[in-house]
Write a protein that binds this ligand. Structure first.
Ligand SMILES: [Zn+2]
Length: 440
């Protein structure tokens, strides 16, 4: 399996507190026992770690919890804590190039952590729990090296009370009742960034659907069945349209969870998307968001970010995918959408650099919309076939890898796009909004 090892500026200037440069986690094996009543988590995390440079200790991201025991290769490690870090010190230093097995037993009541982008991570619902980690909330539920440019495999086993159902990343490989409780095991063998790991717990009913050849599973409270069936009826067609534009769906399955609670925004996780009850209004009111989250499976999840400053590669692409979907459905051409949002951008302050918006503006709506209009400029320059070919090459070449804006510009040059330097300067590096793009 290929693991991303391209050099990255560390720490990421957008999240300087996160992660470590001393080691890479190649596999996370998490066993979680969760009781909804009282919000109690008991867990064991087993991490396969490749040591990158000689280290006296391993510093992991972990917020809160009582760490009962930690071992490195079966030997007890000394545990030191701070608010969001767990330091494990073995009796002898770890040598660069070695691989070690780290096991951490921990327990507590998981809570989200405060961030400039709101509360992140594990969150209690009125009758269950969800995880929403982007960009730095993973430490609220498991010890990790929380950085987007490191990808790992995940196996997540969740034990819940039997009337609850857990959903996590990847394929559910088993679900067994044990002593009145339900143990569900999920495997995500494809390389996954920590922020895209998730667990959802609720009184969910599962519906299996075929999504253009991809096994799909929709999990929702029974009371929302009719609305979910109606509002997600287009998913198989959406998958077909996107496989045509982007290339094959990157994972073995796609899951979609609808929580009983209302959520401010839906969110993407690896091979999963999470929506609130409010997003299923029975009138397709969130159709564009369904398209957006599905598109993230290619853009953001499979082709990941090496650094957060390139967030437009996630959000601009996911936003443009909404427009491609409405175009395919005959609702509105992609050109019309681009024109409407270009006009909207022109009315807003032009003080944002798309290619490096700064941490405070990372999730600014202008990153999404200007990113999408920039892609429309590429689409017009290359034509339909050229643009489709570009997207296929992007998702194939960087499948399960991480990328930077430079990687995208290289691809544009390979595709023969004229004046890539001009495109970069006007759309990605300067704040002024370029005029609406036209075909050559
Ligand atoms: Zn998004």
């Amino acid at each position: 399996m290929t693991m991303t090892e391209a050099p990255t500026e560390f720490p990421d200037p957008y999240l300087p507190q996160q992660g470590s440069d001393d080691y890479a986690v190649t596999a996370y094996d998490l066993s979680l026992d969760y009781r909804v009543a009282g919000n109690k988590l008991r867990a064991t995390a087993e991490l396969t770690i490749r040591v990158i440079r000689d280290a006296k200790a391993l510093v992991l991201d972990l917020s809160g919890f009582r760490v009962e025991r930690a071992t490195i290769d079966g030997r007890r490690a000394r545990v030191t804590r701070s608010a969001h870090k767990l330091t494990l010190t073995p009796s002898s230093a770890l040598a660069a190039g070695s691989t070690v097995q780290v096991v951490v037993d921990y327990s507590g009541a998981p809570v989200p952590r405060r961030s400039p982008w709101g509360m992140l991570g594990w969150e209690e619902l009125s009758d269950g729990a969800l995880v929403a980690s982007q960009p730095s909330g993973s430490s609220t539920w498991f010890p990790c090296n929380d950085r987007p440019d490191h990808k790992s495999t995940f196996r997540i086993a969740v034990t819940t009370d039997a009337d609850y159902r857990a959903v996590a990343n990847g394929r559910r490989v088993s679900a067994d009742r044990r002593g009145g409780r339900l143990v569900s095991v999920f495997e995500q063998p494809e390389p996954t960034s920590t922020y895209l790991a998730t667990v959802q717990v609720g009184r969910y009913t599962d519906v299996e659907v075929d999504l253009d050849g991809v096994p799909g599973r929709i999990s929702h409270p029974a009371a929302l069945a009719r609305r979910a069936r109606h509002d997600l009826a287009a998913l198989p067609r959406m998958m077909a349209v996107f496989q045509e534009w982007f290339g094959p769906y990157p994972f073995a399955a796609f899951g979609l969870v609808v929580t009983e609670d209302a959520l401010e925004i839906p969110l993407e996780a690896q091979s999963l998307a999470i929506f609130g009850a409010n997003h299923m209004d029975g009138q397709n009111g969130s159709e564009r968001l369904v398209a957006h989250e599905l598109a993230h499976q290619w853009f953001g999840n499979s082709v990941g970010l090496r650094r957060w400053s390139d967030i437009w590669l996630n959000e601009g692409f996911a936003c443009y995918s909404e427009w491609l979907w409405f175009d395919a459905e005959g609702v509105k051409t992609v050109g019309t959408s681009a024109r409407v949002f270009h006009r909207g951008l022109a009315r807003q302050p032009q003080d944002l650099v798309l290619g490096d918006p700064g941490p405070a503006s990372m999730f600014d709506d202008r990153v999404y919309k200007r990113g999408a209009v920039a892609l429309h400029a590429v689409h017009l320059a290359l034509g339909d076939d050229g643009f489709r070919d570009l997207l296929h090459r992007w998702t194939a070449r960087f499948r399960f890898e991480t990328v930077t804006t430079e990687d995208f510009l290289i691809l544009l040059r390979e595709a023969g796009m004229a004046d890539v330097d001009g495109f970069e300067r006007t759309w990605l590096r300067e704040t002024a909004l370029p005029p609406f793009p036209t075909a050559p």
